[in-house]
Structure formats: structure tokens, C-alpha cells
Design a protein around this ligand. Structure first.
Ligand SMILES: Nc1ncnc2c1ncn2[C@@H]1O[C@H](COP(=O)(O)OP(=O)(O)O)[C@@H](O)[C@H]1O
Ligand SMILES: CSC[C@H]1O[C@H](OP(=O)(O)O)[C@H](O)[C@@H]1O
Length: 396
């Protein structure tokens, strides 16, 4: 379905969202509808509309002209809704099993109408409750590998790739990541947010020249490498899961960027959950990191060998080089994400939800040490075991 431009923008209310759902014919005539705004993310409104008899629902997600978490003082483009619905549709053309169906979108209203995934649970929430989601890493590894390969110069016509990349130019949302992930947490900036007790640890980080140099290299990659179409914000709060299903949502940060970025964000959020757990309960998170990488590497390699459109694809050593660089970058990006989710603007419930203050501060100090080592030592890691080693070595 194409994106339509039919109305003048206004933020929806629960009543208006219901009226819109009726107007769009999303429910049978006369269905008794209930609507609730359930958005718990940093940026947008999310309306859940349900037929109370059949229990069937839909989701209407609407962008606000500002960042919800900060308010109207932080204006933000409504175009992100178009990026989000186009990204969901592009993902659906390669991996429909891993994204919600998009029923309708309207650029002027900045809305995406999509499949209701309430039968699943946001993975971050489940992981915090101690769930393990046995297929999560199998599915995410496959999702990232297929999207990376098929949207790259090796998986699609190279002229078409340039056009696709153009349609995902996303400067304002990329700027959020450039600032909040790669810059602000490493300097004394107003956006940072951390407990007073962490100030000495944070100031040490701010004065770390080696860390600045290595983070700068990672930021440069993010700014300059238009390699593959990325989700752009692949944290565990952007993933719905159950024991047998996984669905990726919220790709409003989608853009053409470095292949290791989505992997790094996902690894980091698994590690952040591990940091919040007692030692004996961390193993499933490390296993998810292992499996994500293994599945990614094997699916990506198979596609490269069998479906590549680039003459040089079969040059001995090239695939190995791409995989190695992707891994090293992913480790570094993971380090940046771990640090920014600990002291930057947007935190995670995994760490902030640790009730006992000393335990919370200890976990956050551990996160800062771990994030720093991941960034600085990324090229020395020879495999995902390195995550376990650095996690253990940064405990104290
Ligand atoms: N397709 C969906 N089905 C059911 N609930 C959804 C769906 N999309 C989003 N939600 C709910 O809305 C919340 C916020 O959605 P999200 O896309 O992450 O918004 P934001 O862009 O503001 O971060 C999710 O955590 C989830 O609870
Ligand atoms: C001011 S945006 C902060 C932060 O929020 C986004 O996450 P989400 O939309 O999933 O809540 C993204 O991670 C941004 O860095």
C-alpha cells in the first residue's frame, strides 16, 4: 500500500484515533471499540484500538512534532513516521515473519497503522522479569543478516541501492544518535543524566583521551559509512517476543549506515540486562550474544556465497574481512550504547529498575567500565567469548 497524504496534521486523541479507525474501515460496522494511548517510548503516541467483542485490535502510531520525552522545546521532524512505515514495508519484503504488518500510513497525519502485537511482550520487559526467549537471538541474527545482505551493494542492484539509500536519508534522527550515543555521554553535556554518586566515575570517562579517540573513530563510521539499511535503534524495547515469535518494531531511526551498528545495539542491550541480573542468571544473555553473532555470520555468508551480485564477492578473503570488520565495529558500537544507556539522556529500565541503591550504582559502574573496554579493546576480541571475559574483568 502506498503512503497517502490526505489530512492536516493534528495530534490524535483516543477519540480521534477511534474515529479514524472507523473511517478507514479497520473494523466491522458497529463494532464496540475501546481505545487507549499506550506509548511508553521516548518519542511518539501509540493508540491501541480493540473490538471488545472479537478482541481484535490495531495499532495507530503517530509522530509528534517534538520529542515526547523532552517536550515541545525539542522539535522533531514528522517525516520520521514516513521513514518508519517505509522501513517496515522494506523489512517486510525480505523478512515478513519478523515485522508487524503495515495496513495504512498517512504522511500528513504522521501515522502508521499496523498489526496489533499485544499477544507478544516487549523483550526488555520479559528479560527484566527473567524470561529467556529461546528463539530471540536466532530470529534477530537472521533479521539483521538478511536485511544487511539484501540492502547492500552485494545483495541488490547497485544503482537501485543508491536510490533506496536516498529514500532513507534521515538527518534529524541520525543527529539524535550522533549526539546521544556517540558524543554527549563522553563530555560534560546538559543532556546527561546520572546519580551524583557516579560523578567521579563519569568525570574519569570525560577525561579519557584514549576513549575519546576510539569513540571518535566509531562516530566517524556512523557518520560516513552508507553500507546497509539499518533499523537504527535495535534495542530490546524495540522487539516484541514470545517463546516462538519475534517482531521488530519502531524503525524510525532507519538509515543507510555501518553494517555492525544494529548488532552492536542489540548486543549492548543484552549486556545491560545481564548487568541487572544476579551472576548465576546471566548465562542466557551471553548465549544470546553468541547465537546472534553465529546466526548472523552464517546466514550472511550463505547469502554472500550464493546470491551476490558483485564481481568481487568471491575474491578469497573478502567475506572474511567484511565479517571481521563487522564484528569489531559491533563490539565498539555496543560499548557506546552501554555507556549512553547508563549516563546519557535515555536510560534503560534494566539498570534504573534495580531498586537497591548500592546494587544499582555498582551495576552502573560495572557498565561504564565494560562499555569503555568494549570500545577501546574492540579489535582485540577474537569472538563473542570476549564479551564474557570483559564482563568478568570489569566487575570491580
Ligand atoms: N504493533 C504494536 N502492537 C502492540 N503494541 C505496540 C505496537 N507498537 C508499539 N506498541 C506499544 O507502544 C510502545 C511504544 O512503541 P514504540 O514504537 O517503541 O514507540 P516510540 O517510537 O515512542 O519509542 C511499545 O513499547 C509497545 O508497548
Ligand atoms: C530523545 S530520543 C532518545 C532515545 O529514544 C529513542 O528510543 P525509543 O524511541 O525506542 O524510545 C532512541 O533510542 C533515542 O536515542
Amino acid at each position: 500500500m502506498t503512503i497517502v497524504q490526505s489530512s492536516v496534521y493534528e495530534p490524535l486523541t483516543e477519540q480521534k484515533a477511534t474515529a479514524l479507525a472507523v473511517r478507514l474501515g479497520l473494523f466491522r460496522d458497529g463494532a464496540p471499540l475501546a481505545c487507549r494511548e499506550i506509548g511508553d517510548g521516548n518519542l511518539n503516541l501509540v493508540f491501541h484500538i480493540v473490538d471488545q467483542e472479537t478482541k481484535q485490535g490495531v495499532i495507530i502510531k503517530q509522530a509528534l512534532p517534538y520529542a515526547k520525552v523532552v517536550g515541545e522545546s525539542w522539535p522533531l521532524t514528522l517525516k520520521r513516521a514516513v521513514i518508519e512505515s517505509n522501513a517496515l514495508r522494506t523489512f517486510a519484503s525480505y523478512v515478513p515473519q519478523y515485522v508487524p504488518k503495515v495496513y495504512y500510513s498517512d504522511e500528513s497525519l504522521a501515522i502508521t497503522v499496523m498489526e496489533d502485537l499485544s499477544r507478544l511482550q516487549i523483550a526488555r520487559k520479559g528479560l527484566i522479569e527473567g524470561k529467556t526467549y529461546p528463539l530471540l537471538s536466532q530470529h534477530i541474527g537472521e533479521f539483521v543478516a538478511k536485511m544487511a545482505f539484501y540492502t547492500s551493494d552485494f545483495g541488490m542492484n547497485q544503482q537501485e541501492k543508491k536510490k533506496l539509500a536516498q529514500s532513507f536519508v534521515n538527518p534529524e534522527l541520525c543527529k539524535i544518535t550522533e549526539d546521544l550515543v556517540f558524543t554527549d555521554p563522553f563530555f560534560d553535556r546538559d543532556t546527561n543524566n546520572f546519580e551524583d554518586e557516579l560523578r567521579p566515575d563519569v568525570e574519569t570517562l570525560w577525561g579519557d583521551d584514549r576513549l575519546h579517540l576510539e569513540t571518535a573513530k566509531l562516530k566517524r563510521k556512523f557518520l560516513t559509512e552508507a553500507d546497509v539499511l539499518l533499523h537504527g535503534d535495535l534495542h530490546t524495547g524495540s522487539i516484541f517476543a514470545s517463546d516462538d515469535e519475534t517482531k521488530v518494531i519502531d524503525p524510525e531511526f532507519a538509515f543507510y549506515g555501518p553494517i555492525g551498528f544494529d548488532l552492536g545495539q542489540f548486543f549492548a542491550n543484552l549486556l545491560l540486562n545481564a548487568l541487572s541480573r544476579p551472576e548465576l542468571e546471566r548465562q542466557p544473555l551471553f548465549e544470546h550474544v553468541d547465537r546472534t553473532w553465529n546466526v548472523f555470520a552464517s546466514v550472511f555468508s550463505e547469502l554472500w556465497r550464493t546470491e551476490s551480485v558483485e564481481t568481487y564477492a568471491h575474491t578469497p578473503g573478502l567475506l572474511e574481512d567484511v565479517l571481521r570488520q563487522t564484528f569489531v565495529d559491533a563490539v565498539g558500537f555496543a560499548g557506546c550504547e552501554v555507556i549512553r544507556r547508563t549516563i546519557g539522556l535515555a536510560h534503560v529500565a534494566d539498570l534504573d529498575g534495580i531498586e537497591q541503591k548500592e546494587a544499582r550504582l555498582a551495576a552502573k559502574r560495572h557498565a561504564l567500565r565494560l562499555g569503555r573496554r568494549l570500545i577501546i579493546e574492540r579489535a582485540e576480541l577474537t569472538g563473542t567469548d570476549g564479551f564474557r571475559r570483559l564482563f568478568a574483568e570489569t566487575k570491580q
